[in-house]
Ligand binder design. Sequence first.
Ligand code: ADP
Ligand code: GN1
Ligand code: MG
Length: 356
Amino acid sequence: MEHIISQFLPLDQIGDVKPFGGGHINDTYAITDREGVRRWILQRVNHHVFPRIEVLQRNVAIVSDTLRQRLEEACVEEPERKYLYFYPRLDDPSQNYYHDGENYWRVCRFIPDSMSMTELTPEAARFAGEAFGQFEEMLSGIPEGVLGDTIVNFHSMPWRLQQLRDSIAKDPLGRVAKVQDILEEIWRREDAMLIQERLHEEGKLPKRTIHCDTKVDNVLFDRSGRVLCVVDWDTVMPGYILSDVGDFIRSGVNFAPEDEPDLSKIGVNMEIYRAFVEGYLSTAGKFLTPIERSLIAYGGRLMTYMQTVRFLADYIDGDKYFKVKHPEHNLQRTRAQLRYLQCLEEKAEEMEALLK
Ligand code: ADP
Ligand code: GN1
Ligand code: MG
């Protein structure tokens, strides 16, 4: 590890390095200085998930510069706690990552006194909504064509369904037989889940710069429940805003975690939903079209459906994409997401009425 860290930081500053955070994709470590204070985040970027590392690291540098400029212009207090800064390599400052021959590494500033929250208060949900709307707004000035797709087709519903079909056709571990009931539920909803693509083709739904992984773990709060920083920018790219609002509804509005084994604990927390949407509209309301606005609750169903499809495809493939804690973890996640989707459907009218 020392060799890797020394690409970015002088080793005489370094105390120790410990695994950190609970992401499903990258390997994250916190590096402390000699006094034991956490100062940096070291990440091994999962290049199986992100094969276009150059595009990715270029994107995050542009996002970082854009946010820094906007925060400085707005004279925000402690701007360095509100955006991610990626360190340049000491030997070649034009590079913000290091390839050790096998893996890709990067170092960014640690956001001090920050925490993720899985159980939100309505107030924290409102701040999170505001923060995501503001994140999209601050990045809206990046001209089209500047940011690349870090994962091609990442949130394309037709492509995710095709992936599931491919996994079923291969069925390497014979798991398909066990999930027939889930597949029936998926196919039944297929047509209803392709609205975005149709609207886009008809010119009724724009693409914008979005975060594309707005799960609640990717928001860092301070101790008072205010948002410090939206993190995990690996998927910032052009897309539909329903991805952003939808993934927060999927992950933050559920009473239970995304892999809850006890399905009776899963449900829609309407108080959190209302607070999140109010917060989001207070910042994003300025640029959303009436169609985008009207589809917010649908976005929650769509992203929960997409996640059901993705966890299931990975279960069938043999758990190659998402980190798992036990062999049936992806199936447990799939069942929990499907249950949550049913809960969102039961509440759809109420959720849509609130938008009006
Ligand atoms: P993954 O892609 O694996 O989800 P993330 O970039 O989201 O990786 O990092 C994992 C977790 O580490 C985050 O959910 C967050 O809690 C924490 N984290 C990431 N970056 C920082 C940072 N700069 N400062 C403090 N905590 C961070
Ligand atoms: C992954 O990276 P992380 O853990 O924040 C995944 C998201 C999924 C999420 C489900 C690049 O997010 O798309 O919605 O797991 N990220 C990628 O928990 O695939
Ligand atoms: Mg993350």
